[in-house]
Design a protein around this ligand. Structure first.
Ligand SMILES: *Cc1c(COP(=O)(O)O)cnc(C)c1O
Length: 221
């Protein structure tokens, strides 16, 4: 008897995105899958590249500097996103290494990124991260500060393409995603970075253009 070839984690995630997009009347191609490879070894990244994945994300500058220069040299069509908190003193390293930054969240970082872009002569599109659940410990600007931060970023020459959030754990994500979508709409921002392994379907249904998926692709950390 012939065995069916078991589908890979990447196939599964792509299927989940496609189903959610179909239900929402959206195109799966309008959702970018970012494979979050934090804590995972280079070999795991290379096997996903071999399967056809081209967009990756890391949450720490130093870890990315250790893992990515060789991969990028060998695979120039792969793009790398920063999804974790960024210290201002790492802004120049981040601008040098990443193609997109999802964690712009405060005025001091706007200043540092603007300077880094000018010094390196390289522009990196950014998402403003919003602390959508108003959580004490979490990164992201408050909803109230968003308009001012957006103006500051534009004034510093930063291209803001959208909003990003990590909603509170252990509670339904949908209302937070819906709020982020409304905020992006209010500010005429086209992109929404939201949805992870557990909740990517609801994020896609509520308008995510970028989903950030780690454990569903690479296994638990
Ligand atoms: C780790 C991480 C993810 C991926 O989380 P999973 O639950 O493993 O899919 C997404 N976004 C950010 C900001 C992360 O740090």
């Amino acid at each position: 008897m012939e065995q069916a070839v078991p589908s890979s984690p990447l196939d599964n995630v792509r299927t989940r995105i496609a189903k959610a997009a179909r239900i929402a009347g959206r195109k799966a191609e309008d959702v970018t899958l970012i494979a979050i490879s934090k804590t995972k070894p280079v070999e795991a990244i290379l096997s996903l590249i071999a399967e056809g994945q081209r967009v990756f994300g890391e949450n720490r500058v130093q870890e990315a500097q250790a893992k990515w220069p060789d991969i990028r040299a060998a695979h120039p069509d792969v793009t790398l996103h920063l999804v974790g908190q960024l210290q201002s003193n790492k802004a120049e390293d981040a601008v040098a290494l990443f193609d997109c930054i999802h964690s712009l969240d405060r005025a001091s970082l706007v200043t540092a990124l603007g300077k880094a872009q000018d010094r390196l002569g390289r522009k990196v599109p950014c998402f403003i991260q919003v602390n959508i659940g108003a959580e004490e410990q979490k990164g992201g600007c408050s909803v109230a500060d968003l308009s001012v931060l957006l103006d500051q970023a534009r004034g510093a020459g930063i291209e803001v393409i959208g909003l990003m959030c990590v909603p509170p754990a252990d509670i339904e994500s949908a209302p937070f995603f819906a709020l982020l979508d409304k905020l992006a709409d209010d500010h005429c921002l086209p992109c929404l970075s939201m949805g992870m392994s557990e909740d990517l379907e609801v994020a896609v249904q509520l308008g995510a253009t970028h989903v950030r998926v780690g454990s569903a692709l690479f296994g638990s950390r």
